[in-house]
Design a protein around this ligand. Structure first.
Ligand code: SF4
Length: 778
């Protein structure tokens, strides 16, 4: 059996040395990179061959990759590297790496075409100026062969143990048994659906209730599919930290269930959570863990893969311990380990964001990967954020106040351009069909100047300027990708008085927003790049809403796993004589607090109440405390810190009693697990509908333009709202022995189109709060 390695991966393994050096290096975006490569190719003659696939063997190794271009007339092979800023500032070890790749391609081409010698040209392409800097050297085939073999030789021992690992891993996965004596109800159905779609290489949407063991029910079958489908890696992508923890625990349990499963599991953690020297820059002159990083990496890497295969997952704690033992940065060590891991557990953004690490590496190395998306209903909102961008004039002015002289002129021109942009705007909020070209041109020029300044001053810690720069860069990139999937709007805000541009106080300041409404065009290529993908959640319906907005491919399989819970476990009452519409909120307070108190007094225990806003919450809490001071209540507050959130949840203990008031869609409305009598009921006094305002109305229009007018209201308001309601209600019943009550408080819950969006296993009855009907018994 051969070990296949990409040219890039081979060189990164053998030719990287010295310090980690991430001094300010704004690498081009993927789009800029592709455009740069295309532009260079278009400048070449007719005989030029682009994207030349090459492959060659050395003992147990197969080395493959795609060289950027070959011109047979000049016998010249080119490797194009796009960059920004000053080429001379590029670290030596990066340039060394580029030459290493080109020399490997050079030998593969010589061998393929029987060439005695060849010209190798490294083309550095500046994405800002579109200028090329070619560096050419002539090599004999014999010299390149020696170089190729020397690199392969250095990789061979590692490749041999990687091959052995892969064989042992696949053999163990083939023999792997489910880690529990039996599947839970519904769990087998889910597992079968994941396995079948992985085998078929398609996408799966699985709506599966809480409590059936979704994590192990998806991870296990996908692991079983690995050997047959010859998958290189699995990516488990979660919206939040608890989701990652569940996956790591499930994988640990699977590993622990059998004697020999050498599965390497890696957790990716955000830089600010993994960094050992916050406030320092990531290069050898500033951070001791960056100094000599690549020199110490081989030992750290060997120790890491041994640990991962023999012990538990390389989670945050294990990685930290290992990295510090080898004196390397834990954050960048984790990134290096992606290549050598079998399962990577990380946040959505590692696969779906604009320049996502996992997606980029999978593409670059041609890995066969399968993707699991946990709590996938969150992906719509999260992806919208990834592909939205904001540019604030107030922030620009604040940055200008402390900016170095070299960039002040550029920031002033940008400010003038913003002034011109909003001078013609009478309304405080306006949507524009296009982004104005003159503004974008000025923005591009400002970015170039700030880039040049930051590159010339790589060690300068200019936090505000850099933050603004990265936001402006993201804005510029999203502007390039602007289309029907997004809105461009300008909001005028009152001047805060921080201006240093000399404009009259009281003049409004602009906030420019590119708001992604439909992330489908950005996500569809990510799903297409995976061998298979399974998205699962307790609330993933209606199917068409998620499939349309997330860009799932045609042929995506839908499965709905029956709930293991019985209707008798949960008494769901729709309160039909209360309206929580904004104009009726004053009237709603009294019947709602009386209803809650009646339920509590009839059945004392722990309850959660979910409201649409903090204002509404505070009004209800105030009235409740006044009328029922004997009942303990506690409330969620705006911007609650983690310790306060923990304290809120800590009050839900077995045997405790009281009502916690929270906001629907907030941190207590999903992802919390309060089984048994830690939570016996929920009062949901809202349909969760987003507020009707100019922005949401524009989103509705855009939804209509994308998916038809008939869907526009439901896609903007109804489905996102009801999804939150069902998630919140889902906090009550967590196990087959739980019992509880849910009150859906609003007359609109009686409508058939709303009831059709509630879980099928619920038995819903009507109730009138004002008639003081008795409390529901558990
Ligand atoms: S420890 Fe922190 S500062 Fe140092 S290289 Fe790692 S991330 Fe950068």
């Amino acid at each position: 059996m051969k070990y296949v390695v990409a040219v890039r991966a081979l060189c990164e393994f053998t030719a990287k040395h010295g310090d980690l050096d991430l001094r300010f290096t704004p690498s081009p975006s993927a789009q800029e990179g592709m455009a740069g490569h295309a532009l260079v190719a278009s400048r070449r003659g007719e005989s030029y061959q682009s994207e030349v696939s090459l492959e060659g063997d050395y003992q147990a190794l197969t080395v493959r990759g795609r060289a950027d271009g070959y011109d047979p007339e000049q016998n010249q092979l080119e490797e194009v590297k796009t960059y920004r800023g000053d080429l001379h500032a590029m670290a030596d070890n990066r340039r060394h790496l580029h030459w290493a790749q080109l020399k490997i391609y050079g030998w593969l081409l010589c061998a393929d075409r029987n060439l005695p010698d060849i010209n190798l040209t490294l083309v550095y392409f500046d994405v800002a100026s579109a200028q090329e800097t070619p560096l050419t050297e002539h090599f004999t085939a014999a010299a390149l062969k020696d170089y190729f073999e020397a690199q392969c030789e250095r990789f061979l021992a590692w490749a041999t143990q990687e091959l052995a690992h892969r064989q042992a891993r696949d053999a163990a996965l083939t023999a792997l048994e489910f880690p529990h004596p039996a599947f839970r109800p519904g769990q087998r159905e889910l597992a079968e659906a994941v396995y079948k779609t992985a085998q078929a290489g398609t996408c799966l949407m699985a709506q599966a209730p809480t409590g059936i063991g979704k994590t192990i029910g998806t991870v296990f079958p996908l692991l079983k599919a690995v050997p047959k489908k010859q998958l290189d890696k699995l990516f488990f992508l979660a919206a939040k930290t608890p989701g990652r923890r569940l996956a790591l625990d499930a994988l640990d349990r699977i590993k622990g269930s059998t004697q020999a499963l050498p599965l390497r599991v890696l957790e990716l953690v955000a830089r600010d959570k993994a960094c050992e020297h916050p406030g320092k820059a990531c290069h050898g002159d500033a951070c001791p863990l960056a100094k000599g990083f690549y020199d110490r990496l081989p030992q750290a890497r060997s120790a890491a893969v041994k640990h991962a295969a023999a012990q538990g997952p390389l989670d945050k704690a294990a990685l930290r311990e290992l990295a510090l033992a080898h004196h390397v940065c834990p954050y960048y060590l984790s990134q290096e380990l992606v290549t050598w891991s079998d399962v990577v557990v990380g946040d959505y953004n590692y696969y779906f964001d604009t320049s996502a690490l996992l997606h980029g590496q999978a593409q670059g190395n041609q890995w066969r990967v399968s993707v699991l998306v946990d709590e996938a209903h969150n992906l719509v909102e999260r992806a919208r954020k990834m592909y939205s961008a904001t540019l604030s004039q107030a922030q620009l002015q604040q940055v200008h106040a402390g900016a170095p002289r070299a960039v002040r002129g550029a920031l002033e021109r940008l400010n003038r351009s913003l002034q011109e942009l909003h001078q013609a705007q009478d309304e405080p909020y306006q949507v524009h069909p296009e982004l104005p070209a003159p503004f974008l041109k000025t923005l591009g020029q400002a970015l170039t100047q700030v880039t040049d300044f930051l590159l010339a001053n790589p060690t300068r810690m200019d936090g505000e300027l850099q933050d603004f720069y990265f936001e402006a860069l993201h804005f510029s990139r999203m502007a390039e990708a602007f289309g029907e999937h997004s809105l461009f709007d300008v909001t005028l805000q009152a001047d805060t008085g921080s201006s240093t541009f000399g404009q009259a106080l009281g003049q409004p300041l602009a906030v420019l927003n590119i708001r992604n409404v439909v992330p489908a065009p950005f996500l569809a290529p990510r799903f297409a790049a995976a061998q298979s993908a399974a998205l699962f959640s307790a609330t993933l319906s209606p199917q068409n809403y998620y499939a349309d907005t997330l860009g799932l491919p045609v042929g995506t399989v839908w499965t709905e796993v029956e709930s293991p819970f019985l209707a008798e476990q949960l008494r769901v009452s729709v309160v039909s004589d209360v309206s929580t519409r904004f104009q009726h909120r004053g009237d709603s307070l009294s019947p709602i607090v009386d209803l809650m108190a009646r339920q509590y007094e009839g059945q004392p225990g722990n309850y959660l109440a979910f409201l649409s806003s903090y204002d509404y919450l505070q009004q209800l809490v105030a009235l409740f405390r006044q009328r029922y001071p004997q009942i303990p209540v506690w409330e969620q507050t705006r911007g609650m810190e983690e310790t306060a959130r923990d304290a809120f949840l800590a009050r839900f203990t077995p045997g405790s009693q009281g009502i916690g008031f929270a906001v629907l869609g907030g941190s207590f409305a999903e992802g919390i697990d309060l089984p048994g009598d830690r939570l016996i009921g929920a009062f949901i006094a809202t349909l969760g509908l987003p507020q009707i305002n100019p922005v949401n109305e524009q989103i509705r229009e855009r939804m209509g333009a994308n998916f038809g007018a008939a869907q526009s209201y439901d896609y903007t308001y109804l489905y996102p709202g009801l999804q939150k309601v069902v998630q919140a209600a889902g906090r009550v019943i967590r196990t087959t022995s739980d019992r509880g009550v849910v009150y859906l408080i609003d007359d609109r819950f009686t409508r058939p189109e709303i009831q059709s969006l509630l879980p099928g296993w619920w038995k819903v009855t009507r109730l009138r709060a004002r008639r003081k009907e008795p409390a529901a018994a558990l």
